[in-house]
Design a protein around this ligand. Structure first.
Ligand code: GRF
Length: 186
């Protein structure tokens, strides 16, 4: 199997990045992670990238000149897919157009419900019965691109923001890789 090259975009913890890295080492997983982009130089995911020898770049903002530098590196690394994983910036439409290939994102809710930030708090306030995560294509609309897959679990009366985050992220760590397999098997 000839694997495609992936670039992961992060801003923080990078737990999804780490999970994807683990899957990427499997023979039949469709991608290898060749590059990391971070909007935060202090992100924990950067420490992991250094440890495993994945080159990284810092994304400062969505000014044309900055995005141009990132796009150039992405081209050099022959990247076929960008996976946003906790990336807290909004890519410009120019970036999306110029890259012209697959860009996917993982969101901690069952989209189209609870787009945007503070998802766990809003889910609890709304007394939802279930929640989960969604992997979707990135379009110019925030959290609005075509859905690739959703996974859910039931919320318990004892759940709070902390437990919802733990349960959601556990589900994300397997769902993101499943979504990538699905994207390349079509
Ligand atoms: C994830 O829960 C993801 O859904 C959201 O940001 C979080 C990132 O977590 N977009 P991590 O950095 O992968 O640990």
């Amino acid at each position: 199997m000839v694997k495609k090259n992936a670039c992961i975009f992060i801003s923080g913890e990078g737990s999804n990045f780490k999970a994807l890295y683990k899957y990427s080492k499997e023979k039949n997983f469709p991608v290898n992670i060749k590059l990391l982009v971070t909007s935060n130089i202090r992100a924990k995911g950067v420490i992991f990238a250094k440890k495993v020898g994945i080159p990284y770049l810092v994304y400062k903002n969505n000014k044309l000149s900055d995005e141009f530098k990132i796009l150039n590196k992405i081209k050099q690394h022959k990247i076929s897919i960008i996976c946003l994983a906790g990336f807290m910036r909004i890519l410009s439409s120019n970036f999306i157009n110029v890259f012209g290939k697959k860009i996917i994102n993982i969101h901690p809710s069952l989209l189209p419900k609870f787009k945007g930030l503070n998802t766990y708090q809003r889910i609890l306030q709304n007394k939802e019965k279930k929640t989960g995560c969604t992997v979707h294509f990135v379009s110019k609309k925030l959290d609005g691109g075509k859905i690739i897959l959703k996974k859910f679990f039931y919320i318990k009366g004892s759940d709070n923001k902390k437990t919802l985050k733990i349960k959601t992220q556990k589900l994300e760590h397997t769902s993101y890789s499943q979504a990538i397999i699905q994207v390349f098997n079509k």
